[in-house]
Write a protein that binds this ligand. Structure first.
Ligand code: HXC
Length: 258
């Protein structure tokens, strides 16, 4: 079992939970933390006991951004060769769904990390923002791209150009997040959702995630063709036969993940 210094991991039911754990720095994301987080998520992805994952911070902060102290003196070459932002790309290769459970600050790289997950469950205290403009820079890990796709140009421009933050309620209305819960239960609800997804047909869940995420990368025509091929592919699984037989015979389905 790997031990981590900047995150805490556990499995609850079939949900793999990774909690950022640099509370004194409001979970500012540095290279060590991001490396550990990606390693933990890859381990959950390879673990048959895990069907879905949750990435969380603590109640005060999901993450207040990339670690400003670690990058303040950096040169462009150091930023590039340090490949800190490249670490984010490893999330793209995780095949099981990843849910961000966000409470308190989700700023800069913190907001970008949440948006790179497949769903966002928030507490009523969550605050989403891309305040990089206040530091003389711009978002560097998806804040101009995923945010714009999620909330549209008008709101994204206000957030990126003028540092506007969104409350949990505003983020919900803007379509950035899935659900808002009281701070006492948001994490439990995120884990409950992860377990509900983990109880579904595993190969279908994996391909469903792939198909929805492909919509961001492809033209509509290519996306529709891709979706159709994945749909046909699922007819090669035992779980498709089981799911349809269970429906017809009015009994619960038992998924085998094959
Ligand atoms: C390093 C950070 C930090 C950060 C907070 N801290 N955010 N350290 N990097 N991003 C540290 C503070 O220095 C402080 O440590 C401790 O956490 C508590 O923070 P305070 O500021 O004292 O708390 P508070 O007054 O409650 O204010 C909270 C806050 C503020 C509004 C979230 O900390 C803040 O504005 N943080 C920066 C947010 C930000 O600009 N994020 C974008 C970063 S750039 P000490 O030791 O001083 O007490 C970015 C680019 C991403 O993310 C690019 C792609 C990866």
């Amino acid at each position: 079992m790997t031990t981590y210094e900047n995150i805490l991991t556990r499995v609850e039911g079939r949900a793999g939970v990774a909690q950022l754990n640099r509370p004194r720095a409001l979970n500012a994301l540095n290279r060590e933390l991001m490396t550990e987080l990606m390693t933990a998520l890859e381990a959950f992805d390879a673990d048959p006991a895990v069907g879905c994952m949750v990435v969380a911070g603590n109640d005060r902060a999901f993450a207040a951004g990339a670690d400003i102290k670690a990058m303040a003196a950096a040169t462009p070459a150091q930023m590039m060769t340090g490949s800190f932002i490249d670490l984010w790309d490893r999330l793209h290769h995780i095949s099981k769904p990843v849910i961000a459970a966000v409470s308190g600050f989700a700023l800069g790289g913190g907001c970008e990390l949440a948006m790179a997950c497949d769903m966002i469950i928030a507490s009523e205290t969550a605050q989403f923002g891309q305040p990089e403009i206040n530091l003389g820079v711009i978002p560097g890990a998806g804040g101009t791209q995923r945010l714009t796709l999620a909330v549209g140009k008008a709101l994204a421009m206000e957030m990126v150009l003028n540092g506007r933050t969104l409350s949990a309620e505003e983020a919900l209305r803007a379509g950035l997040i899935n659900r808002v819960y009281p701070v006492e239960v948001y994490l439990e609800e995120a884990i409950r959702l992860a377990n509900a997804i983990a109880a579904r047909a595993p190969v279908a869940v994996r391909l469903a995630k792939e198909a929805v995420n492909a919509s961001f990368e492809m033209s509509l025509r290519a996306g529709l063709d891709h979706e159709r091929r994945l749909f046909y592919l699922l007819f090669s699984t035992d779980d498709q036969k089981e799911g349809m037989d269970a429906f017809i015979n009015k009994r619960p389905a038992h998924w085998r993940g094959q």
